[in-house]
Design a protein around this ligand. Structure first.
Ligand code: PLP
Length: 428
């Protein structure tokens, strides 16, 4: 029995399912999760000494590749001064100013420790600000695991078939309306009926938790117009897309400004950081300036802020997103050509450094219903074939893939060659 199997057996005695976040368990693809010992650049190394080219990047944060020297050094240096103060520190101010500069719609920013906290707090703020209880989200979008957001959710919830989680009281869930992603007419009808009750729309501007689904032309603009018309707050959940699809996030790519934005993943450079922010007039409703309560023992933690600052300072350099986008396009084109060669139906999507692979004959996938109709069995086989080849894809058909700046031409070529061999076996 290899070391991963042994660890997984041990883990299951004391950790539910052997993991601290469900998708890691490989439940939807079968087999034993690989336990990771270390990570460097585009690679992760398991406890049995096998190296994988990694396209998960810790589920998004590792835009610069793993174990980036500037981030590591910033954290080591900050650690010399103590791990947490529970009082304001200079790095928080630097970080707030930098985030606000890079994402100008975020006039004010509050740091938290995860994406879930960011979305949960943004929702509370939107409710407190508007005095309305109802919120609207889209089917297949995942915004973390707060009660009101675990309704028709994507990501692990969808992978494990529990998009509506037991434990969320029906009395909470009734305040969460859901609509189809990319379906503006449906949304207009909902607003015509309920618009005056709706505190906010929360949306992943590029959906990344039902695989990777970009917004249809006009969709985000339509959300903006509806929120303006009905006095609802527009929240872009950019926990995944922030600093991933462009330096200014999806709002910069599509030219639509939300009222509030949530961030996570990349802004922590691998440390636990989330943030929410937006219009000053709304943000001032948060305690201590306003009555909407929100707090955190480790919020704005000096190590986390140091990591975030180092990460953002590295990725704001000229040419970064051009290189990332080009690498991602190259990878996707190579994988698609390999699938075509072997007659495996595959559709692909890409925005900046995130991508989607859909095992389907459909040309374009634009919503949750289509994403769930893809050939999940083919994906599972492909996942394991690629894992054997030393390529680590997300163990779920409903997750976006992520590239890093550390992936070299050789890594991409090796991945495409592995995909070629895997499709050949899949087609046989
Ligand atoms: N929002 C989006 C779009 C996400 O993709 C995620 C996590 O994947 C979250 C929120 C929750 O973030 P966290 O897992 O840090 O709580």
């Amino acid at each position: 029995m290899n070391n991963s199997k042994q660890l997984f057996e041990r883990a299951q005695h004391t950790i539910p399912g052997g993991v601290n976040s469900p998708v890691r368990a490989f439940k939807s693809v079968g087999g034993t999760p690989v336990f990771i010992e270390k990570a460097d650049g585009p690679y992760i190394f398991d406890v049995d000494g096998k190296r994988y080219i990694d396209y998960i990047g810790s589920w998004g944060p590792m835009l610069l590749g793993h174990n980036h020297p500037a981030i590591r050094q910033a954290v080591q240096q900050a650690a010399e001064n103590g791990l947490s103060f529970g009082a304001p520190c200079p790095a928080e101010v630097d970080m707030a100013e930098l985030v606000s500069q890079l994402v100008p719609s975020m006039e004010m920013v509050r740091f938290v420790s995860s994406g879930t906290e960011a979305t949960m707090s943004a929702i509370r703020l939107a409710r407190g600000y508007t005095g309305r209880d109802t919120i609207l989200k889209f089917e297949g979008c995942y915004h973390g695991h707060a009660d009101s957001l675990l309704v028709k959710a994507g990501s692990g919830a969808l992978t494990l078939g529990v998009p509506n989680s037991p434990g969320v009281p029906a009395d909470f869930a009734k305040y969460t309306l859901t609509a189809e992603f990319n379906n503006l007419p449906q949304l207009e009808a909902i607003f015509a009926e309920r618009g005056q009750d709706i505190a906010c729309i929360i949306v992943e501007p590029v959906a990344g938790n039902m695989n990777c689904i970009p917004p249809a032309p006009g969709f985000l603009e339509g959300l903006r117009a509806l929120c303006d018309q009905y006095g609802s707050v527009l929240i872009f959940d950019e926990v995944m897309t922030g600093f991933r699809v462009a330096l200014g996030g999806a709002q910069a790519v599509y030219g639509v400004q939300p009222d509030l934005t949530t961030l996570g993943k990349i802004i922590g450079g691998g440390m636990p950081v989330g943030a929410f922010g937006g219009k000053r007039a709304i943000m001032q409703h948060i305690a201590p300036t306003g009555p909407v309560y929100q707090a955190g023992t480790l919020s704005g933690n000096p190590l986390a802020m140091a990591a975030g600052l180092a990460a953002l300072n590295a990725i704001r350099q000229p040419g970064v997103y051009e290189a990332l986008t080009e690498k991602t396009s190259q990878l996707i084109a190579g994988i698609k050509a390999a699938a075509d060669k072997h007659g495996v139906p595959l559709a692909t999507t890409q925005v900046g450094g995130m991508f989607g692979l859909f095992f389907t004959k459909e040309q374009a996938i634009s919503n949750f219903a289509q994403a769930t109709q893809c050939n999940i069995e083919a994906f599972k086989q492909f996942f394991h074939l690629m894992l054997n080849e030393g390529v680590y894809l997300a163990p779920s058909a409903y997750e976006a893939g992520f590239l890093s700046l550390a992936h070299s031409e050789a890594d991409l070529a090796a991945t495409i060659a592995a995909a070629d061999r895997s499709f050949a076996k899949l087609a046989a």
